[in-house]
Each structure stands twice: as C-alpha cells, then as structure tokens.
Design a protein. Structure first.
Lengths: 441, 30
C-alpha cells in the first residue's frame, strides 16, 4: 500500500470514528422531541450518549483488524484505545457531575438501596469502568498478572457497556420511541459481536494454523529466542520490525497471549524467531519451554518497519531488549545485501548483557554497519561509550544530514522519551523518527 | 510522530464531542 493511500485511510478511519461516536447522538435527538429539561441536563444527556458510543467503539479498536491498524501500526491503535478511554471516562464523569451540580436532588440516585434500577445500572456501569481503568493503569502496582488482566478486562468492558445501555433505556427520556431503542440495541449488539469475534472467531482461526517450537536458544542479557515453525501451513509473511501475539502450550481460546517482536529475517519464510527477555511471570518461564511445544501466532502487526518509508540511510537506537525488532531489520537487510549505511547505537547494562552481540559484530561483514555500544556498567578498561544516550552523544555520532535519515528507536520508555527529545533538538523532523512502544499495559 | 499525532487526534476528538454535545443541548433546549 502506498504512503499516500495509508495517510488517506488513516484520516478516513478517524472521520469514521467521529461519525460513529456522534452519529448515535444525532439519532437520539431526531424526530419527536420530549419536553426540554434545561441546557445543563440536556448537555449532560448528550455527553452520556457520546461516552457510551465511545465505549462501544472500543471493541472495534481492539479487534486487531489489519485494515484499521495498517495506517497507524497496531501499537498506536492500542495506545489510542488507552487514551480515548480516558476521554470517554472524563465525558461520562462530566455527565454525572453536571447532573449532581445543577440538580442536587439527583445525588439521591447514588443510594443504591432506594434508587431505581436505571440509576443502579448507571452507577454500576461507572464503578466497573473506573475499576477497569484503574486495573489497566496500575496493573503491575496492584500485582495483577497480565493473563488475569486480559481475561477480566473484556468481561468488565461488556459489563460497563451493557449496564450503560440498561441505564439509557431505563431512563428512556430520548429512547421512548421504539425504533430508537432498536437502534441503540443494535449498536450494543454490534459491540458485543466484535468481542465475540476477538474471543471466539479469531482463536478458532488461530487454532487451524498451529506452530511448533523448534528450538529455544539462550541469548545474552537474560533473553531467549524461540524458533517457531508452521505446522501444516506456510506460516506468514512479515515486514522486518513487526511483532505478533504468542500463545504457548495452551489453546488460543484461553486468551493467554503476549505480544513479542520478531527478531528473524523477513526473508526466512520457513520459521519465525521471537526473542524474549525474562522480565515477568510469563517471560521468565520461556527458558523452560520444551521443543515440540505447540504455539499460536496472531500477526504480524506493527509499523516499526523500514518498508513504509524509503531512506538513504538509517540510525537505529536500541535500549536493552529493544534491539529485537532492529535485529529483524538488520538480518533482513543483510539477506538483501542492502548497501545503505546503518548507524546502530545500542545501550545496555554490561558488556555481557548485549543481546546478539556476536551476531551484530558479524553482520558488519555483510552490511555497511557502524556500531556504538553505550554501557551503564562498563568492564574495567572499557574505552567505548558509557552512561546514557544523551544529546551530546547523539550529536557526536550522527552526521549533519539528519534531515533525510530515518531514525528507529526502541527500548525502555525513559530512553525513548529522552532520545526523542534529543533528536528533536538536533533538528530531526518528527516524521523521520519511528518509535516502538511495547509497554501496552 | 505517530504517537504525538495520536495524542493530538485524541484531544481533538474530546473537544469535538464536548462542542457537539453542547450544540445538541442548545437545540434540545429550544
């Protein structure tokens, strides 16, 4: 797909999102109007309807439709999902607070014992929504495992939307007309159908395309490469730098999948390699995975790839395991005998923690590759770079033609923020900086 | 770039929703 076509589709999806958020609101107000209740009450109502539409649309954003995610990259689509949830929550909170402030008698609706069921449904919907958001933002701090979070997240989302629908039908001010009720029921049903697609249809499709663990290769820096071979199918084609969701040793219906970057060359079509650092519950068990274990891969996804925009040269800045997607890019460039200059700045802990160190050094034979390691804990006698990837360091290493070179940055959030800010100071145009944010939850 | 554009789009959508809701409220009030 061409760059222009991707931009066009990207804009169209945003327009569609706004239309689908505000369209149902228009339908509510079309036709016979019930008696007016004053500006603030009507404003509060309109915010409530818009907020509920936004919650319903969240199911479409997380359904991983390739066509919707393609213009932005799935990581950005999921970041949109996170941030727009906060907007929806703010809109819904404003809906409630406006009522309480302008009509204090409505505070009595918080008394769940005496309140009518329509108010109970509304309160319950808000409580579930806030719990869902809190669990997502503070998942690690609350000690909630990724698997438990994934499994309860969808359930809580269905409850929040379902109770919200019960609330608007119960209040009935604008939905007393039959066809409007049918319209909102259809929207709610469509949202749940999307969830059904994610939780039932997609796992069913994945189950028909199993993979097998062919090897578990230890790497430096407490990382492991899982080598996966397709079983009874031809696998998938991917672009270097993309990622996929991995389900290991269990059914795809169990919703125990985790996103990982592909580290192998896009030219090797008989297998896919994912390199995983032992960081959490799931990842620290990777070393115990036995060859022959069945796996399922949902992907490929992501826009962290040089295929989307041509560049005369590349600067890649990796932090720790952030090297993984860049390894895929380097291996693919090597297989293509790509002659372009690549500057790799790789920040790591110690000399022995540099994942893929030996292979990266070997790739110098096949690529025009300049490597600079930046170590936090350098060994004695180390004459290379130390500390953090700073403005000065980037200024020293990059040449003056930063306007036309593509920059790829992947690593811990603090490194990415610092590097992005440094690159902007150096005059690198924003559209030439590509970041991979893999801290989804 | 993509991330910042996304944040901008999220902010604009938020503003669009509040403004549209206010317009609907004004129309409904009359």
């Amino acid at each position: 797909m061409t760059q222009r076509r991707l931009w066009l589709e990207g804009v169209l999806w945003i327009v569609a999102y706004i239309a689908l958020t505000l369209g149902p609101l228009a339908v509510v107000f079309i036709g016979d109007a019930p008696p007016a209740r004053g500006f603030w009450t009507e404003f509060s109502s309109a915010l409530g309807f818009a907020g509920l539409s936004m919650l319903g649309l969240q199911f479409a954003i997380t359904a991983r439709f390739g066509r919707i995610a393609a213009p932005y990259g799935l990581d950005i689509a999921l970041q949109f999902h996170r941030h727009i949830t906060l907007v929806a929550a703010a809109v819904l909170l404003a809906h409630v607070l406006l009522l309480f402030v302008t009509r204090p008698e409505t505070l009595a609706l918080l008394n769940v014992i005496d309140a009518p069921w329509r108010a109970r449904a509304g309160v319950a919907s808000m409580v579930v929504l806030m719990a869902l958001i809190g669990a997502s933002i503070w998942r690690e701090r609350l000690g909630i495992s990724y698997e438990l979070w994934r499994q309860t997240h969808a359930l809580a989302a269905v409850l929040a939307v379902g109770l919200g629908f019960v609330h608007v039908v119960g209040v009935g001010h604008y939905l007393s007309i039959g066809w409007k009720q049918v319209f909102w029921l259809t929207i709610t049903a469509a949202a749940f159908a999307l969830l059904g697609y994610i939780r039932l249809v997609k796992p069913f499709m994945l189950q028909r395309r199993p993979w097998r663990v062919a090897g578990v290769v230890p790497q430096r820096g407490d990382a492991w490469s899982l080598v996966l071979e397709p079983v009874g199918h031809t696998g998938f084609r991917f672009q270097p730098g993309q990622f996929c969701w991995l389900t290991l040793g269990t059914s795809p219906f169990a919703i125990r999948e985790h996103p990982f970057s592909i580290s192998s060359s896009a030219r090797q079509e008989d297998h896919v390699e994912l390199t995983i650092k032992a960081l959490g519950d799931f990842t620290s068990r990777i070393s115990d995975v036995q060859p022959g274990t069945t796996a399922y891969l949902d992907g490929p996804y992501g826009a962290f790839t040089p295929n989307r925009k041509d560049s005369p040269a590349y600067v890649m800045i990796a932090g720790g395991i952030g090297i993984t997607p860049m390894m895929s890019i380097l291996r693919t460039f090597a297989d293509d005998a790509d002659p372009r200059h690549i500057l790799l700045i790789y920040a790591a802990g110690g000399w022995d923690d540099i994942t893929f160190r030996e292979e990266i050094d070997e790739l110098r034979q096949r690529l025009d590759l300049e490597i600079h390691y930046v170590l936090r804990d350098p060994p004695e006698g180390w004459e290379g770079l130390t500390g953090k990837v700073t403005n000065e360091l980037l200024d020293d290493l990059t040449d003056t033609d930063v306007q036309h070179v593509s920059f790829f940055v992947c690593g811990p959030p603090a490194l990415m923020e610092a590097v992005q800010s440094s690159l902007e100071d150096l005059g690198v145009p924003l559209w030439n900086i590509r970041l991979e944010r893999f801290n989804l939850v | 770039m993509r991330y910042r554009l996304m944040l901008l789009v999220v902010s604009l959508i938020g503003v669009a929703i509040v403004v549209t809701a206010a317009v609907f409220a004004l129309l409904a009030e009359q």
